[in-house]
Design a protein around this ligand. Structure first.
Ligand SMILES: Cc1cc2nc3c(=O)[nH]c(=O)nc-3n(C[C@H](O)[C@H](O)[C@H](O)COP(=O)(O)OP(=O)(O)OC[C@H]3O[C@@H](n4cnc5c(N)ncnc54)[C@H](O)[C@@H]3O)c2cc1C
Length: 414
């Protein structure tokens, strides 16, 4: 597979860009692999890449029932940040952001990371105090963050409402936070993984597990059985359904999380901005669309649609923060099925069933975790022991009461 570079761009331009090689090798499933990863989203693909790259385990298949990136990894609002409150989260997400910072070079694919700053606005003194506490925690954990005054906020975002129903009293910012391009991240990992010999098999749904005694020994799929001593589930909103087939109950609920974009307009918002109070977050994509997200729908669902009330609430909140946006036309709306755990933190690592590993519970915020999720799960699969950065995110924490309650710490997850 050719390397992307300025020279290759010029060379291919001479032949009208008609001879670029295929990005993905078309793979047929083999009878057995060393590792099978279920789910061709960012986490499954990144895990496969790091298994091949860092651990030399290349006899790996990623099985995807539709097409890669058609799950949440291609549906999110692309926010990339590491300003988490609790130490285990802070270490993990900071590792992820650092990997993101070198990802385009690592994978030879422009993931369009734009560290434009992620701003939280506070609408009352109590909220400001919570932001100050969170910012202090970040700094103590070695993660960048600072407080910003109301004047700074209006300077940074001139269209921000000066007459909010809940007056804006200040905020905080992580300048290294921002966005990157979600489908580029998926394709970058997929391309790099296939280059190292990983089989990515699309249109292959896992329907059951093969057993050897009590251990998992492979998967039953719509393309036939595939044997593997290690199987990793990275299927987001479908984690409970699949794990249950192997006898593992996961404490997850599946809900719709929506996003929407306006028509494209000239640059008017230079940062990612979040308000927990009115409950919306916004950014402007490189194409000019205002990207809008909020909380999950309040009922369980596997539909990748989402209901009208949350959409309406997100738009009300958008107009409350930026009254001028009321003149924008809404262009598209969609949703993904997110897997939410009781403490809104992920579940990663081994399960009570030998041979079965899980990477799930990302809920509304697993896009930013893709590089670190892949790196640490690859280590866990290769060694049979949890990577030190994820040992606190084990399934056992729910029985032991060792919760990492980031939802409560952050007020809103994304
Ligand atoms: C609207 C929205 C906005 C979001 N915004 C952000 C954000 O700004 N920042 C952030 O960090 N996170 C965000 N997230 C969350 C983030 O997108 C997810 O946490 C992350 O993409 C999960 O990646 P994944 O690889 O685990 O899952 P997915 O990308 O969903 O991949 C799972 C794959 O498994 C496949 N699959 C399912 N069942 C089977 C089966 N039986 N056999 C084979 N394959 C199967 C699915 O088809 C799917 O492709 C958002 C999510 C949504 C929906």
């Amino acid at each position: 597979m050719s390397k992307y570079s300025l020279a290759s761009l010029v060379r291919h331009s001479l032949t009208g860009h008609r001879h670029w090689p295929r990005v993905l090798r078309q793979a047929e499933p083999r009878r057995s692999y060393d590792v099978v990863i279920v789910g061709g989203g960012g986490h499954g693909l990144a895990t496969a890449y790091f298994l091949a790259k860092k651990h030399g385990i290349r006899n790996v298949a990623v099985l995807e029932r539709t097409a890669i990136g058609h799950g949440n990894s291609g549906r999110n609002t692309q926010v990339t940040r590491s300003d988490y409150f609790h130490l285990p989260s802070s270490r993990f997400y900071e590792h992820s952001l650092r990997l993101y910072e070198g990802l385009s070079q690592e994978l030879n694919f422009n993931v369009m990371l734009s560290q434009r700053g992620k701003i939280n606005v506070a609408h009352d003194p109590h909220e400001l105090e919570i932001l100050r506490r969170a910012t202090n925690a970040c700094r103590m954990n070695g993660v960048d963050g600072e407080m910003v005054s109301t004047e700074d906020l209006y300077r940074l975002m001139p269209l921000l409402n000066r007459h909010c129903r809940f007056p804006i009293v200040g905020g905080s910012v992580q300048w290294r936070g921002g966005i990157s391009r979600h489908d580029a991240v998926v394709w970058a990992f997929a391309r790099a993984a296939t280059q190292l010999g990983v089989d990515i098999i699309q249109g292959c749904e896992v329907t059951d597990f093969l057993r050897q005694g009590s251990a998992v020994a492979g998967v039953e799929t719509t393309l036939g059985p595939i044997f593997a001593p290690r199987v990793c589930l990275a299927v987001a909103g479908h984690s409970t359904q699949l794990a249950r087939l192997a006898g593992v109950e996961l404490p997850l609920t599946s809900m719709s999380l929506q996003a929407m974009v306006s028509e494209p307009v000239k640059p008017l918002l230079n940062h990612v901005v979040l308000s927990s109070k009115v409950h919306v977050y916004l950014s402007q994509s490189d194409r000019g669309e205002v990207v809008i997200g909020g909380g999950a729908d309040i009922y369980n669902s596997y539909a990748q649609r989402g209901g009208l009330p949350v959409m309406e609430a997100n738009l009300q909140a958008t107009v409350e923060l930026f009254p001028a946006f009321s003149r924008l036309k809404l262009m598209r709306q969609w949703a993904g099925t997110v897997d939410i755990s009781p403490d809104t933190s992920p579940i990663m690592g081994l399960t009570p069933v030998d041979g079965l590993y899980v990477n799930c519970g990302w809920g509304t915020g697993g896009y930013k975790a893709i590089p670190a999720g892949g790196d640490t799960m690859a280590h866990t699969l290769a060694t049979g022991r949890p990577h030190p950065l994820i040992d606190r995110f084990d399934l056992g924490r729910f029985a032991a009461g060792r919760l990492i309650d980031e939802g409560a710490a952050a007020g809103v997850a994304h």
